[in-house]
Design a protein. Structure first.
Length: 255
């Protein structure tokens, strides 16, 4: 039981830190709620994975990948903003998810079950988290520049469409990891809240993304410790811990 908790704790710390880092970019691009919407896009895949008895990550990521590709195609063919396109895919996926997720497993799909993480799952989560971090770090400055001016980014030789696809795929992988920890209903908060807290207390871009990482790590670590003490579900405790940090940040908010 101790080793199982340790696996879950380490996995949560890595996923939380990278979620905070990615969230700092998403918040800058005003796409904070995309992570929340994509969590619901993962629901049908989680349902199929539970029915087939396979790791929910693979089911979630398959449907997230399909959703991301649809959003990317729609974005290329319409003038609608990304948030609107995500909304279309989100509500359709949510409807399908509720139809196919087995009722006994619905709570696990919605709120996660971090204690299901095995040693192999831990290794996979750590490796994928590190890969996501390295990919996001590679495109971070280019995405920030494109957010200021797409034409300026292109003049600097940045392939904005390709970077946007890589960015969306990184979000999909991060959300697929996050649903195992806090579930499809709360995964958006794992991305949004640490970054929002960091925005309140940071005075530079570097401070902002470093604080996002630290707050993501602390939220998952302390949420898991609270779970160990109280035996309440880990997912909601992680999010409530992150929310506590956000409320505290309002006191120290930069002027």
């Amino acid at each position: 039981m101790i080793s199982q908790f340790l696996f879950s704790l380490i996995s949560g710390v890595f996923v939380g830190g990278v979620a905070g880092y990615l969230g700092s970019l998403m918040l800058t691009k005003r796409m904070a709620l995309v992570g929340d919407a994509l969590g619901h896009v993962a629901l049908p895949g989680m349902g199929l994975a539970l029915l087939l008895g396979v790791d929910v990550f693979f089911g979630a990521f398959t449907f997230l990948l399909l959703g991301i590709l649809l959003i990317w195609i729609f974005e290329a063919r319409t003038s609608l903003p990304t948030e609107a396109l995500v909304g279309v895919v989100f509500v359709a996926s949510l409807a399908v998810g509720f139809l196919i997720v087995p009722e006994p497993e619905l709570l696990e799909a919605l709120f996660g079950n971090i204690l299901n993480i095995s040693l192999q799952g831990l290794i996979f989560s750590v490796i994928l988290s590190v890969l996501i971090f390295l990919v996001v770090r590679k495109i971070y400055s280019g995405m920030i520049l494109a957010n200021i001016s797409d034409d300026l980014a292109k003049s600097e030789g940045i392939k904005t469409k390709r970077q946007n696809l890589i960015y969306l795929l990184s979000i999909a992988a991060m959300v697929a990891l996050g649903v195992k920890i806090v579930g499809s209903l709360l995964v958006g908060a794992l991305v949004i809240i640490p970054a929002a807290t960091a925005r309140n207390i940071s005075r530079s871009l570097k401070q902002y993304y470093i604080a996002s990482i630290i707050l993501g790590v602390l939220s998952c670590f302390l949420g898991m410790i609270l779970f160990k003490w109280t035996n309440f579900p880990a997912g909601p405790l992680i999010i409530l811990t992150a929310t506590f940090f956000f409320l505290m940040s309002l006191v120290f908010k930069k002027r």
